[in-house]
Design a binder for this molecule. Structure first.
Ligand code: BTN
Length: 249
């Protein structure tokens, strides 16, 4: 039924109608040592989909894409983990941007449209062994054909483009793009990936309002090696922010 033009990614796909969370299932397989690199678990519905920072991931059953990929990025040092976020968000951005003009990557790794809001997110969970990252579970949730959202600030590819998508077709394109970017990362293309990520970063270089305990105006000027967001305040001070330390207003 499904054939992506890839070398190893998506050669083994477990397709479910319902589960708690594809990330949890993928991690169980990793722990049970029955996980091959490149295998994917995809589910039409998740009853306990998880997002970043302990949030829930809500997604209407049968309308969107929710899946998890198992990778072995043993070439990455734990301090380089963010490069995986970069490669993954960039791959997704490249595929979706063809259908949704004005799409950006919102730090750290949301697929985001300025006026419509968030259409996708990524949750990467690592299993650390004695030699560093043993396995990575790359959880991806993308809103494709869903029309109505209970949460404000959430949207879909349909809402951005007015088109209904064949989800398996989008899935195939994503897998192909993800494998390419992963190989690029593996083969030393880190700096190039970082530069492309910055190029597509939401609000990069623009004077905008943020909050880090207090409201301020500043510009995103880059990210650090570990993926912290660098914002230059109006008075010239540059701060580095971790995931929970700054809010976009
Ligand atoms: C976020 O933006 O907060 C990340 C959302 C990640 C959601 C995906 S859906 C597939 C996988 N399984 C989960 O439980 N979460 C991820």
């Amino acid at each position: 039924k499904f054939l992506a033009n890839t070398i190893f990614l998506g050669k083994d796909i477990i397709s479910l109608t319902e589960c708690h969370s594809t990330n949890d299932l993928a991690m169980e397989r990793v722990k049970a040592k029955v996980a091959a690199e490149g295998s994917i678990i995809i589910s039409e519905k998740q009853t306990k989909g998880r997002g970043q920072r302990g949030n829930q991931w809500q997604s209407e059953a049968g309308k969107n894409l929710t899946f998890s990929i198992i990778l072995r990025p043993d070439f990455l040092d734990p301090t380089e983990q963010f490069d995986m976020n970069i490669a993954v968000s960039l791959a997704i951005w490249e595929v979706l941007n063809d259908y949704a003009n004005g799409l950006k990557v919102k730090w750290p790794n949301d697929l985001y449209h300025e006026s419509e809001g968030k259409i996708g997110g990524i949750l990467i969970e690592n299993s650390i062994g004695s030699r560093g990252i043993d396995f990575s579970v790359i959880g991806i949730g993308l809103n494709i054909n869903q029309k109505d959202f209970a949460i404000s600030g959430a949207s879909s590819l349909y809402n951005l483009s007015g088109l209904e998508f064949d989800r398996w077709e989008v899935f195939k394109l994503l897998i192909q793009a993800l494998e390419k970017k992963y190989m690029m990362l593996k083969k030393g293309g880190r700096e190039f990936l970082r530069a492309s990520y910055i190029q597509n970063l939401y609000q990069f270089g623009e004077l905008k309002s943020y909050e880090d305990g207090e409201k301020f105006l500043g510009r995103i000027t880059g990210i650090t090696q570990e993926g912290k967001l660098i914002i230059e305040k109006e008075n010239g001070t540059k701060n580095h922010y971790g995931f929970k330390e700054v809010t976009f207003l």
